[in-house]
Design a protein around this ligand. Structure first.
Ligand code: GCU
Length: 621
């Protein structure tokens, strides 16, 4: 039995955290190597209108000799990040943020203006703001929820750093770097794809560029609560363990931890590294589950700093082929989800209301699980799933043909994995970290992913590891589908994508297939499905009709339900979504049409097949 209790503290990153490595030209020394729990902190939002300059030739970054301005001792005023103004009538300046166009933050640029719908390149963003009220001794952090893909960040003409990775938070300490009035924050956002990046050149989702999540200023006292971890350490005696990490501590500081509803109030003392552990018995605490997504308020106080949050207590484990939630077998009635608000015609989800809409649609067919593909979604999505009783699979975009032989690529993947785990390690709903999706087997890929698995377990050994692997057929018998992948030994859940009846033969083939999956581990089918244009009807053998998709679901669910150790599935996909690979006019029109809902939320016939199957499964639990 492999027990994974949320909160096995030895796995916390703080205790084993290496330096943060990002794929940058100059190591980003100002990037804080430690997490910053920012979601519930009072903050000054920098969301809203930002001025922009679309700069395909990166004219604001390189001089005409193609030398980066920001490597110059005194950058020329032609460098856009200096946000210069014409000083004299004769001043030659060929840009002016104040007179330029604007975009909304958060939000991708592709769906804000037709001119940028297909754009892949650099867009400069500029925001001016006054310094938030703060005491002299206070510290200020600039926090980005995510920027896709590379962000070069400048404050008042000085470079703060570079971040790569389009779906994880990052931040810079800017204490002492702010003017009282009229600060200029300039971000060079570049969403160009690269073979050595994570993800790599080819994906089946739209390469939305921009400052796609919140930007905010967080002011904290000189010594503040940087991070914490809490969770259930034992299902039997309901022991809860946790840790708090102070930044700016000398050691000896008193920290109060309260869980009022459990009558817990503890005072612990920070060691010289600012760290303090705690534990208590949660006695009659209600365990978090999809049926009862019970959350407890937690208040951590240190000096004049206070961090509040809500947490669930639960255990996730495997026992042979069984998946156990709070010690009982659980079936994952799932669906895969892209972070795209398709009802608006596409575009990255940009607020909690849009995230709520997607999760409500998942609840529509009695889901208790969402596979947030293929990258970490925004924090609203994860926290709402937790409130709504949806278990979560969270994933880094190690997708398809990654450059397994490039160390910088590995460092990038590891940095994204670390940031994903650091941000969501206290979310009870998250039960699976996924390392990869449909990556071709090779020695280099096996080594790369085994390293990632080791890092994931070091950061957090309280959750299950998985990845969407692939299947093949027995060489001597084409009706036996096999899941056999060296990666499986590093995983707790054997997950794979299969498209028999869509990419692999016609639906009638499904009835002829049996499965060979020789692992004593639970089996999860992370994708199946087929395209249907909503409202397009015909016989079941007419491709792209709702009837075709409906029949595919009926046959596939029957086949999967016969697999030994079958603990759930997340059909591909909740709603139609924009893809640069799907060009069939009148049917796809640059949308992948495998949605159970259309991109405007219409239920296709497959919706009812899935709901019926999940209602039965729910009744059996
Ligand atoms: C793959 C992949 C998805 C893709 C889907 C499809 O399995 O994981 O990202 O969109 O198949 O082809 O529709």
């Amino acid at each position: 039995m492999k027990k994974f209790l949320l909160g096995a503290l030895c796995g916390c990153a703080w205790f084993a955290h290496g330096a943060f490595a990002t794929q940058t030209v100059t190591p980003d020394l100002s990037l804080q190597p430690l997490p910053l729990q920012a979601y519930n902190r009072a903050a000054t939002s920098l969301n809203g209108e930002w001025k922009i300059i679309v700069d395909p030739y990166e004219n604001g970054y390189y001089n005409y000799r193609y030398e980066p301005f920001d490597q110059q001792e005194t950058p020329s005023q032609n460098a856009y990040f200096t946000d210069s103004k014409q000083k004299t009538p004769g001043d030659l300046l060929e840009y002016d943020f104040d007179k330029s166009a604007s975009l909304q933050v958060p939000g991708d640029w592709n769906t804000q203006t037709d001119k940028l719908y297909y754009y892949e390149g650099t867009v400069w963003y500029r925001k001016t703001f006054d310094a938030p009220k703060a005491k002299k001794t206070d510290r200020t952090f600039l926090y980005f929820g995510a920027v896709n893909y590379r962000a070069d960040v400048y404050l008042n003409g000085k470079k703060l750093g570079v971040h790569v990775g389009g779906f994880t938070p990052f931040y810079y300490e800017i204490s002492g770097k702010l003017n009282e009035k009229n600060n200029s924050l300039v971000v060079k956002v570049d969403n160009k794809r690269h073979a050595d990046a994570i993800p790599t050149l080819n994906t089946d989702w739209w390469n939305y560029g921009g400052i796609t999540r919140d930007v905010k200023l967080i002011t904290v006292p000189k010594t503040f609560i940087r991070d914490y971890k809490i969770a259930l350490a034992s299902l039997t005696d309901k022991t809860v363990t946790g840790a708090v990490l102070l930044d700016g501590a000398k050691g000896g500081e008193k920290i109060s931890v309260k869980v009022p509803e459990l009558n817990i109030k503890q005072t612990i003392t920070a060691d010289k590294n600012g760290k303090a552990n705690f534990s208590f018995s949660a006695g009659n605490a209600e365990l978090w589950s999809p049926e009862n997504p019970k959350l407890y308020a937690i208040q951590i106080t240190a000096g004049n700093d206070k961090l509040s949050d809500t947490v669930g207590l639960r255990s996730i484990s495997t026992r042979g082929k069984q998946l156990l939630l709070n010690g009982k077998p659980v079936f994952l009635r799932g669906v895969s989800v892209h972070e795209e608000y398709s009802a608006r015609g596409g575009g990255r989800v940009k607020n909690a209301a849009e995230a709520q809409q997607l999760l409500n649609w998942a609840k529509g067919f009695n889901a208790n699980f969402v596979r947030l593909a293929h990258y970490p979604h925004n924090e609203d999505m994860v926290r709402l799933a937790e409130k709504m009783g949806l278990l979560v699979w969270s994933e880094i975009p190690v997708y398809w043909t990654i450059n397994w032989n490039n160390e910088a690529t590995y460092q990038n993947a590891e940095a994204q994995l670390t940031a994903m785990i650091e941000r969501d390690k206290n979310r009870a709903a998250v039960i699976i970290w996924s390392l990869a999706n449909e990556t071709p087997v090779s020695d280099a890929r096996n080594t790369f992913l085994a390293r990632l698995a080791t890092t994931a377990r070091r950061l957090d050994n309280s959750r299950l590891l998985s990845a969407a692997m692939e299947k093949h057929y027995r060489a001597d018998n084409a009706s036996i589908a096999v899941v056999e992948d060296p990666l499986a030994e590093h995983l707790d859940l054997v997950s794979f994508n299969q498209y028999i009846g869509w990419y692999d033969g016609a639906p009638e083939k499904i009835d002829r297939i049996s499965w060979e999956i020789n692992y004593n581990k639970p089996v999860f089918i992370s994708e199946f499905g087929g395209d249907a244009r909503a409202g397009n009807h015909g016989d079941i053998d007419k491709i792209f009709t709702e009837e075709f998709q409906e029949n595919l679901y009926i046959k596939t669910l029957k086949m999967l339900d016969g697999i030994d150790g079958f603990v759930g599935t997340s059909p591909w996909i909740l709603t139609d979504f924009r893809s640069p690979r799907r060009h069939l006019p009148g049917i796809q029109d640059e949308f992948n049409r495998k949605g159970i809902y259309s991109n405007t939320g219409e239920k296709k016939k497959a919706f009812y097949v899935l709901k019926n199957f999940y209602d039965k499964k729910a009744g059996q639990q």
